[in-house]
Unconditional design. Structure first.
Length: 366
């Protein structure tokens, strides 16, 4: 079973790091290791935590609200309920499990809870140790089952875009289009958007993370749509920029330049290439055309159970890409007062190149 295999890998990491156990609180990490898909109501209200000893059976700790779901989705784990609170349950369990050194995910734990956990540790003789990215490093490399789910998510995302794109018309507002996109995602089978949909037109498209508002679509103005959805737990992420009407030469010049940078980066991606090099290939093309200052974000990011995860295609990431990683490639040019163009596709890193997951992207070549 893949979940048990993943847990065994984490247990091996714990033993190497001299940790007796790990509390997993980050929702995507929790799902990756157990299949348990309940959602947190924010970082302050968890749907449960995994308690993974370095040896022996692992536990899913949750409360009554999630008991049936936990048993149905993660019945291979031992289920522990905490009717009087998580800390009281841990006070009983940690000594019984022989856990004297306990790791916790410091990047997804409130400081107030970490302090309480430390206080508990002092009382029962357990050393509490902050950790980061133990599970994320495993998640960065997808197996073929995960890649198939990502491919299906990308395919559905493209279907949604194609259906809504054909209905976009002058006078529609950014907010209206975003609402149609997100309702169409759900109607066509998505769990939810993977992030708040971005629709930006005219000068608003110069804002990389614009919030859709009451601005209306006008003829010959740039329209940028950045959208993604969750299907079977896995995310997609895609950006398209176009005009309603006839694109002028300035738009075509910017669009073609961004597309050329994207294609060059995709051509560079393969296992063993540094992430920073891929970013540089795209960035150099845009800079050589005089728009270097207008491309201010990194080239891309990993996608999986979360829409933003490792690895990062960034000038600051000198680590080499590995086969099985899935990343976005999304160069952009943003010109205040005019607008912007961003194009984004997703690819799988392979040993001898990369696999493009977006199949309906040929129309990008204006």
């Amino acid at each position: 079973m893949r979940y048990l295999q993943r847990i065994e890998k984490i247990q091996a990491v714990l033993r190497r790091k001299k940790l007796d156990g790990l509390l997993v609180s980050q929702p995507e990490n929790r799902r990756y290791l157990s299949g348990y898909s309940a959602l947190d109501h924010g970082i302050a209200e968890t749907a449960g935590l995994l308690l993974i000893p370095a040896k022996g059976d692992s536990w899913l700790l949750t409360d009554f609200r999630f008991k049936l779901q936990a048993e149905a989705e993660a019945g291979f784990l031992r289920i522990g309920l905490y009717p009087k609170g998580l800390l009281l349950l841990l006070r009983e369990m940690l000594p019984d499990l022989g856990i004297r050194t306990l790791g916790f995910e410091s990047h997804y734990t409130l400081h107030s809870f970490a302090e309480k956990l430390n206080g508990l540790g002092e009382k029962i003789g357990v050393r509490v140790v902050p950790t980061t990215d133990l599970v994320e490093k495993l998640r960065a490399i997808k197996d073929e089952d995960e890649i198939a789910k990502l491919r299906a998510s990308v395919d559905l995302n493209e279907q949604v875009f194609d259906e809504v794109y054909s209905s976009i018309h002058l006078g529609q507002t950014e907010r209206e289009i975003a609402l149609v996109l997100e309702s169409t995602m759900r109607r066509m089978g998505a769990q939810s958007p993977s992030f708040d949909t971005i629709v930006a037109t005219g000068s608003n498209s110069a804002l990389p993370h614009a919030v859709p508002g009451p601005v209306t679509i006008e003829r010959d103005q740039p329209v940028m749509i950045d959208m993604g959805l969750i299907l079977d737990g896995y995310c997609s992420d895609m950006t398209r920029t176009f005009v309603i009407g006839e694109p002028d030469e300035h738009f075509l010049t910017i669009h073609r330049l961004v597309r050329r940078a994207q294609l060059a980066a995709i051509e560079t991606i393969r296992a063993g290439v540094a992430a920073a090099k891929v970013d540089t290939v795209a960035r150099d093309i845009i800079a050589a055309a005089g728009y270097g200052q207008a491309f201010g974000h990194s080239l891309g990011h990993g996608v999986g159970l979360a829409v933003h995860e490792e690895p990062r295609l960034s000038s600051r990431n000198g680590k080499k890409l590995q086969a099985g990683m899935v990343v976005t490639v999304e160069p952009g040019i943003y010109l205040p007062g005019w607008g912007g163009v961003r194009l984004e596709n997703m690819v799988v890193v392979r040993a001898d190149g990369c696999e493009l997951l977006n199949i309906n992207s040929t129309w990008l070549d204006l």
